[in-house]
Design a protein around this ligand. Structure first.
Ligand code: NAP
Length: 315
């Protein structure tokens, strides 16, 4: 599978050289990292969010900030607070209806665009070659950015082949640094791989302690496609934040159940994108790189798997 276009590769490499993401020494605090999807860049002292190297060579933070359900001023304020707290990966989508506010927050943050990793998603209404190109332009305009770091097919609906072709072209033209998918099961992924010229770098799927996605985990790893967890807390459903097992583990490490959940994702090599509208939570959710879950903790959390979605209405 050809995931590189030589011309694009040159500009991408130049881009990376200029990017402070590429140069910053923020890849740290990886105590006993497991086998990962890509290459996490490591150092000894925890200083920030580590990066993972995607299958096209692009570096992406191992923890990001989700924006589903955030709108208006709350969205803008939360994203500004997240960037100020240290998040660099911001996850939005056309269907969240908040790309304008996310764009305003990016401007307001004062952070150089090149230091951020901005993800958005093509909604099902924009599926197909022509519509995907228009949908992408609309997303850029709303976000007030010149390019996206990552653009995902939000759901495998409609003319996926046409959408992917459009996204491959945008990628090769340098308007997106990486392209990926979301909510694709292994069969849908296999179908896409049967015609894709550019391999997806990421599959963003529902993943949390109650739905651990063990099979998708293996399949994505085999394909070196980075797994990204949406709803890493299951949105708190089924009492996740007060779960007995997570509470005990949290006490043992002097952490919260939210931090244990995020650390668990991280130790599995999964990129989580938790959302919060509360500054204290935004900061708390970043503070996961200075402790390590041991084997007993990991096994206890493994037992929480119900192996089913907590959001059947979205399936
Ligand atoms: N690709 C897809 O189809 C898809 C689908 C869903 C979501 N996503 C992406 O994934 C992101 C994350 O998923 P999500 O937003 O659905 O849910 P989530 O991150 O699992 O949960 C968000 C909820 O957790 C609470 N929370 C956050 N930190 C907390 C803490 N430290 N302590 C206690 N409560 C805490 C938040 O409340 P507070 O605001 O009060 O902190 C909020 O109610 C989304 O925002 C979106 O970017 C993608």
């Amino acid at each position: 599978m050809n995931s590189q276009n030589p011309k694009n590769e040159i500009s991408r490499r130049k881009f990376l050289q200029n990017s402070s993401l590429a140069t910053a020494g923020i890849y740290l605090g990886i105590l006993g990292m497991p086998k990962l999807f890509g290459n996490v860049l490591m150092d000894k002292e925890p200083k920030g969010i580590p990066d993972v190297k995607l299958n096209n060579g692009l570096k992406m933070p191992m923890l990001g900030f989700g924006t589903y359900g955030l709108s208006g001023e709350i969205c803008q304020k939360s994203v500004v607070e997240a960037i100020s707290a240290g998040y660099r990966l911001i996850d939005t989508a056309k269907v969240y209806g908040n790309e304008i506010e996310v764009g305003k927050a990016i401007k307001q943050s004062g952070i150089d665009r090149k230091q951020l990793f901005v993800t958005s998603k093509l909604w099902v209404d924009d599926a197909g070659y022509e519509n995907a190109k228009k949908g992408f332009e609309e997303t850029l305009r709303k976000l007030q950015v010149e390019y996206l770091d990552l653009y995902l097919i939000h759901r495998p609906r409609g003319d996926v082949k046409g959408s992917w072709k459009a996204m491959e072209e945008l990628y090769k033209a340098g308007k997106i640094r990486a392209i990926g998918i979301s909510n694709f099961d292994p069969a849908q992924l296999a179908d896409l791989l049967s015609y894709a010229q550019v391999k997806p770098v990421v599959n963003q799927i529902e993943t949390h302690a109650y739905f651990q996605q063990s099979n998708d985990y293996k399949v994505l790893k085999q394909h070196t496609i980075q797994m990204q967890a949406w709803a890493p807390f299951a949105e708190g459903s089924n009492g996740l934040f007060t779960n007995e097992t997570l509470t005990q583990i949290a006490k043992k490490h002097g952490k919260t159940t939210a931090q244990v959940s995020l650390r668990w994702h991280y130790q599995r090599g999964i990129v989580a994108i938790p959302r919060s509208s509360q500054k204290a939570h935004i900061i708390e959710n970043l503070d996961i790189f200075n402790f390590k879950l041991d084997d007993a903790d990991m096994k206890a959390i493994e037992k929480l798997d119900l192996n089913r979605t907590q959001f059947p209405e979205w399936s």
